[in-house]
Design a protein around this ligand. Structure first.
Ligand code: SAM
Length: 616
């Protein structure tokens, strides 16, 4: 097995790690798994007008249950007879077969694999919160060895807030925990520095050179410990002392004007300029990185700031190294790794995340065309996905024409709408297409009529019907009867099959449209910027949540199954696919061009840091 880099995987990270990632092939792992917060996380869409879109799609569910699957994973760990087995057994006897234990078991099997794939000089950063960080730390101690624990970083992820009215009788919880481990006692390390605090600068660098305006401080150059510490004794500027510099070095500093004396007889001191200092070496209390709001927000509820990932990647890897994120969400790690010229691997279990990453890379790294493995490449793959997971299938199918996922497991919530697409129809005028996907074999004209009815009710411009089976001629004539818009340029109701899209034989004509990222850019130009929801909002506001189905509540997790996708068997085949944009581009009558608005990468998550290289 050879590890391929610059690659996205759609699937459960456990499967991907076991079947596609070679041992000792990764330099840095950052993982930000679900924290067992018991919340559902949605992708919050915006319309190009700036309004919050009705479309919200549940990206993942952070709820865990003990059952036969967790028990199977537990047995699997015990059979390994590793120190991890001892700790996991001890935790089980303390916590019992609880939801928390299910979460820890699922994390433990994945952490064992992540340890395997790390190079001897590699590091792992586990992003979690205080709900389970103390348990995760002892699991990591068991897997990596307690001497490989490097530090616990505390990241202030939000500002202070008052939840007293919501019944909180507790301190505000505003910090995440990031556990940093190295695979061995020799790990890749680059010192990073943050700027000095202004109060420190004012107090410490209080002198200002008249002719240059440079700030400096005067530091002691006498040799502590005197002769006992090997410091030389000699006289300069009429003062005899033990000094910290050799006579030769001292003479160099004197001739460079660096050694000064306040008055005759006073002990000479060295001038140290503020602009020559690297800053404060980075500590483990990170208060200076704001959450991924404003321009940076992609609507992905758990999106982490780019500056956070840049910092981790810069400190613990070098150019050309391989960075792996097994729970990569909307691709912050991938973005940071690419920007810092690292190779990368991203894995996510939901197609919505994969789509946002592809749109994100298209905007910020237009020359990059990452391979995506695990998405269907042919009809058989599409059928398999439809059988395994209806919602992932629908979202994948909508993405084939550049649509954004919509809907979820809440029955009837979206009137059969599985995706939507926004496009420009003129200055300040936007169009919208709704997408309905059918993965079953039984199709009928009534389905086309239903879509046409929903289009009217939703006041959308267009309805697109995507089906896995062949539509009947009656369905096609029903669709044609709804006519066209924009002077005949586009049909009101269009039908297209998955086979046509995969084989790029579709005659579907679509207006140039926005993708999941450019739609937010357009919205930002018009409306107030949506702040990402806080953890407290996610828990209390139904707007951010869809109900957890009864089925999902009782869902049992199998060791080999995706952690969070309910009801279905795991990915059976991971297929290679080059991403070339929506599949029908080449044959469509009018060439389709997603709208893009290039912002610079610099604007996105800029951070002031300097660094020094090295290996410890
Ligand atoms: C907290 S989010 C990560 C957010 C990410 N750090 C970012 O900045 O966008 C966790 C992600 O893990 C994914 N996930 C959950 N279970 C998974 C699994 N078993 N394998 C791979 N991905 C999984 C979810 O779909 C979700 O996107």
């Amino acid at each position: 097995m050879q590890t391929s880099t610059n690659q996205l995987y759609f699937g459960d990270c456990l499967d991907v790690l076991r079947h596609h990632i070679q041992s000792a092939s990764i330099d840095l792992v950052y993982l930000d798994p679900p924290f067992n917060s018991k919340a559902n996380y949605n992708l919050l869409y915006k319309e190009p007008t700036g309004k919050k879109s009705a479309a919200q799609v549940r990206t993942f569910q952070d709820t865990w249950h003990w059952g036969p699957d967790a028990a199977a994973a537990f047995d699997n760990i015990l059979e390994s007879r590793t120190p991890a087995a001892g700790i996991v057994r001890a935790l089980h006897s303390f916590l019992g077969p609880t939801d928390l234990m299910a979460y820890l078991t699922m994390m433990a099997v994945r952490l064992i694999e992540l340890h395997r794939v790390l190079k001897p000089t590699g590091s792992l950063y586990l992003h979690c919160d205080p709900t389970a960080s103390h348990y995760l730390k002892i699991i990591l101690d068991a897997i990596f060895g307690p001497t490989c624990f490097r530090t616990e970083i505390s990241w202030k992820r939000q500002s202070a807030h008052n939840d007293a009215k919501q019944g909180r009788v507790q301190y505000g919880n505003i910090r995440d925990v990031i556990l940093f481990y190295s695979k061995s006692e020799r790990w890749t390390w680059n010192w990073l520095y943050t700027p000095y605090d202004q109060r420190y600068v004012d107090n410490f660098y209080k002198h200002v050179e008249r002719d240059t305006g440079r700030r400096y401080t005067l530091s002691d150059i006498t040799g502590p410990g005197g002769a006992a510490k090997g410091n030389p004794e000699y006289e300069i500027m009429g003062v005899k002392r033990f000094w910290r510099y050799s006579r030769t070095r001292m003479d160099e500093l004197i001739s460079a004007g660096r050694i000064v004396q306040a008055k005759p007889g006073a002990v000479p001191r060295e001038k140290r300029y503020l602009d020559e200092m690297p800053g404060v070496s980075l500590q483990n209390d990170w208060n200076d990185i704001l959450p991924a709001g404003g321009k940076e927000s992609l609507g992905y509820a758990t999106q982490k700031p780019l500056a956070l990932l840049k910092r981790i990647i810069e400190a613990s890897s070098n150019k050309g190294d391989v960075v792996l994120d097994p729970f990569c969400g909307c691709g912050t790690t991938v973005h940071a790794a690419l920007g810092l010229e690292r190779r990368w691997i991203g894995i996510d279990i939901t197609h919505v995340a994969i789509q946002v990453i592809l749109d994100r890379l298209k905007k910020f790294f237009p020359g990059e065309h990452p391979a995506v493995r695990g998405r269907p490449e042919d009809l058989e793959g599409a059928r398999e996905l439809a059988r395994r997971d209806k919602y992932q299938f629908q979202w994948w199918a909508a993405s084939l024409i550049g649509g954004q996922a919509r809907g979820g497991e809440k029955k009837g919530a979206d009137r059969g709408v599985d995706g939507e697409m926004f496009f420009k129809r003129g200055h300040n005028h936007f169009g919208r297409a709704i997408i309905s996907v059918k993965g079953g074999d039984n199709l009928s004209p009534s389905m086309v009529r239903d879509l046409a009815g929903t289009r009217e009710q939703e006041n959308a411009d267009m309805g697109i019907f995507i089906c896995l089976a062949e539509p009947t001629s009656q369905m096609k004539s029903t669709a044609a009867a709804y006519g066209s818009f924009d002077e005949g340029a586009y049909p009101r109701i269009a039908i297209v099959t998955i086979a046509e899209l995969l084989q790029r034989q579709s005659q579907l004509v679509l207006p140039p449209h926005f993708d999941t990222v450019t739609v937010r850019d357009e919205a930002r130009k018009r409306g107030p910027v949506l702040k990402p929801p806080t953890q407290a909002q996610i828990r209390r506001e139904p707007e951010f949540m869809l109900s957890i189905s009864a089925k999902a509540r009782t869902r049992q997790l199998l060791l080999d199954e995706p952690l969070l996708v309910a009801e279905h068997r795991p990915t059976t085949r991971l297929l290679r696919q080059k991403v070339e944009g929506p599949a029908f581009h080449q044959r469509s009558v009018v060439e389709q061009r997603p709208l893009g608005f290039a912002d610079s990468e610099e604007e996105f998550g800029a951070e002031r840091l300097t660094r020094k290289r090295g290996r410890r």
